[in-house]
Design a protein around this ligand. Sequence first.
Ligand SMILES: *Cc1c(COP(=O)(O)O)cnc(C)c1O
Length: 458
Amino acid sequence: MEKKIPYKIYLHEDEIPTQWYNVRADMKNKPAPLISPADGHPLTVEEMNPIFCEELNRQELDNDTAWFDIPEPVQEFYKMYRPSPLVRAYFLERALGTPAKIYYKFEGNNTSGSHKLNSSIAQAYYAKAQGLKGVTTETGAGQWGTALSMACAYFGLDCKVFMVKVSYEQKPFRREVMRTYGATVTPSPSQTTEVGRKILADHPGTSGSLGCAISEAVETAVKTPGYRYVLGSVLNQVVLHQSIIGLETQAALKKYGIKPDIIIGCAGGGSNLGGFAAPFFGDMLRGEADYHIIGVEPASCPSFTRGKFAYDFCDTGMICPLAKMYTLGSQFIPSANHAGGLRFHGISPILAQLYHDGLFEARTVEQTPVFEAAEQFARTEGILPAPESSHAIRVAIDEALKCKLTGEEKTIVFNLTGTGYFDLKAYEQYNDGTMTDIIPSDEAIAESLAKLPKVGNQ
Ligand SMILES: *Cc1c(COP(=O)(O)O)cnc(C)c1O
């Protein structure tokens, strides 16, 4: 008998997963390894240890262990803001007049305002367990820097954040949240690093970029005793930690015998999509179920749909290891769009391989229709969504409207990664009707891809 589905499906505290799921264990074609930019050899844990935390390096390179125990202190922290609710979007369904059933997993219910805390707390834990004094990182839009400073405050670690200068100046409130949690926030490029001084000398007055902030954070970690560099997306370890989202979603759906048809996540570096969809990919890879999984990216930064499956740098400064991903080229600068968290030129190697193998669809959406979806969602479901998350809302609404035409009662589940309180400049432009959609030309992408590093046979 079908149980009545409540508005919110909460798991009980003791139903929060105690292990993360590593989808790589079920992949027949494993993601390509990180390689050295110098000679293209696959990096070992030992070679990565001077830059990144040891245990995280082991997780990064482990393609075989399916389940990783979540350390007790991380499980405790998760209880502060997890389980996150799986919400039946009854009000949105009613407004759309669709026979589809729409659910969203809401990851914005913590002060950092996004899913990034799921990984930052794990990374801070391993840094502390290794006896480090602190960590360095970069932040663009600010969500990752905020999530990491919260995690570092909890474990008593120092946190040095290089914040892209334009965001530092335009998002003073994010900066103050980070400082309140004890982080040092430096506008990038800065005079504090060699690479920063060089960039400033070459490009006086530059407003910075994510790639440049990464280069500064890495240099600082390598040169400061007791520090390592941590990253909030793209890497396999981050997708592993974010599997908590998908595992909770699957557990909540199972409670009510709900079988999803369509699974949707926005894609920046790929960590929320990868983690949210991980257990569903697992079902597909093991031949136990089939789903229509959709990754949604901005038309201004279309890595999956217009990028190349190739080895590339993760940073503009070209000092990080090379990862094989769908990339627009590490020198590609997307036009100034508002989905700051979706502006990375590449994508998680795990998702890149799964996409290459045809396990999911990637779709691009333009900025104005994304904000139309955000507005409709805010007015019906009450939550002010992050612009990044609103990419997934757009496609969820589009799929629900298709069901309205066909009469199909599909079950759609999407990940609502965060809230939009710090993105009110974007909402202002939308409300004023001054928002623009800038899509890169084929020439611009080709020009950027021509600069891919020459490794192996690419
Ligand atoms: C960072 C961010 C994203 C995109 O990052 P992924 O690694 O692709 O998940 C999406 N939504 C929000 C709210 C973010 O902060």
